[in-house]
Ligand binder design. Structure first.
Ligand code: ADP
Ligand code: MG
Length: 356
């Protein structure tokens, strides 16, 4: 039997005329770290709020551990929550903050002391129990919020942009810590971010949101290498988008005519000959060769070379003026002369054609 901790089926939510969440289907397996990734206003927070019981869906079903939560108020749902703004009780010490959910549940005092010690050790703040929130840094406060959300061992941890208010270095450090806690506790996590790098780093699977709908759900690798839509291709990672016209499709490979030459890409949806397409290809999947080499690909001129340490970035201007960004390992020899004429190409299975 599949062990889904959370299941959303046909969930909808509107605010007046605005559809915030539209026919959402989502399953989170036990121990999974699933991230809702999407631009601001795409419905991520609304989805989390409905799971937590702080918003009511207009339609659909939400199941926690196989049981519908429709009639369960927020405080009776077995979920922990961490928000962007720490929301610690300012007048309580760190210990009391972390103990609070246990006190609410009537846990015996001895047990509370033990669980609080354990939670503070887990977030690496064992000696900070006596402090007030204002005596901690932003990152430390967010770790206390994490300890408080997990201390009663909820079936599911909901986190809404928990690192959004922190600077980059601290954010990256806490990303790794949250992952460590997730691993050590085997806890199930539904995480929200608008930061694609954060989502790629942390998640077992990512659901890409746009306008209240899931565009694609899959592992970071799947989303990165096989985006299902143009939105996913451009929202995740850096992508070249090259316009052209379909010559034909055979065995899932689409041949495309462009102003700068012929190219090929994977076709994951039906594409008619003669129709307009956009090809998405990652900079590191593009191969560069001197134009004299011949073969398939697009002809252009290197107009920029940038040394990036582990790689070198090239900007190639094509015959029609469009630019292609290329990322090559630093071990590839650089082009010595100024503005060399080159041919850019890629393996067809490393690029995707989307109907324009
Ligand atoms: P996200 O978390 O992805 O930024 P939200 O779920 O917060 O998106 O919002 C989705 C849409 O619903 C947005 O257009 C937002 O303005 C709207 N919205 C969110 N909460 C409310 C509310 N309480 N009342 C009216 N509109 C809301
Ligand atoms: Mg939000």
């Amino acid at each position: 039997m599949p062990s889904a901790v959370l299941e959303l089926a046909g969930v909808r939510k509107r605010y007046d005329s605005l559809v915030a969440v539209d026919d959402l289907h989502l399953t989170l397996e036990a121990g999974e770290f699933l991230t809702l990734l999407g631009p601001s206003g795409s419905g991520k927070t609304t989805t989390l709020m409905m799971v937590a019981g702080l918003q009511q869906p207009d339609a659909g079903r939400i199941m926690l551990n196989g049981v519908s939560v429709a009639d369960l108020p927020a405080y009776r749902r077995d979920v922990g929550m961490v928000f962007q703004n720490y929301a610690l009780f300012p007048h309580m010490t760190v210990r009391r903050n972390v103990a609070f959910p246990l006190e609410m549940r009537g846990t015996p005092a001895g047990e509370i002391a033990r669980l609080v010690d354990e939670a503070l050790a887990l977030v690496k703040l064992p000696d900070h129990g006596g402090r007030l929130p204002k005596q901690l840094s932003g990152g430390q406060q967010q770790r206390v919020a994490l300890a408080r959300a997990m201390v009663y061992r909820p079936a599911l941890l909901l986190m809404d942009e928990p690192l959004g208010a922190l600077d980059r270095k601290l954010r990256e450090q806490l990303q790794l810590e949250i992952k460590r806690v997730h691993r050590e506790r085997g806890i199930s996590v539904l995480y929200v971010t608008h930061d694609q790098e954060e989502a790629l780093t942390m998640s077992d699977r990512i659901a890409v949101f746009d306008k209240g709908r899931i565009e694609q759900i899959g592992t970071p690798e799947e989303l990165y290498d096989r985006p299902a839509t143009r939105f996913v291709a451009s929202f995740i990672g850096d992508t070249n988008l090259i316009g052209g016209r379909v010559l034909g499709v055979a065995d899932g490979v689409c041949e495309i005519e462009t102003a700068a030459g012929r190219i090929a890409a994977s076709a994951r949806t039906p594409l008619d000959a003669g129709s307009a397409v956009v090809v998405a290809v990652r900079p590191e999947r593009v191969v560069l060769a001197p134009v004299q080499t011949g073969g398939a690909g697009l002809e252009g001129v290197i107009v920029e070379q940038v040394f990036l340490g582990t790689s070198r970035k090239y900007v190639v201007r094509l015959a029609d003026g469009a630019e292609v960004v290329v990322l090559r390992p630093i071990s590839d020899p650089p082009f010595a002369q100024a503005a060399p004429a080159v041919r850019v190409s890629w393996a067809a299975d490393k690029a995707t054609a989307f109907g324009g």
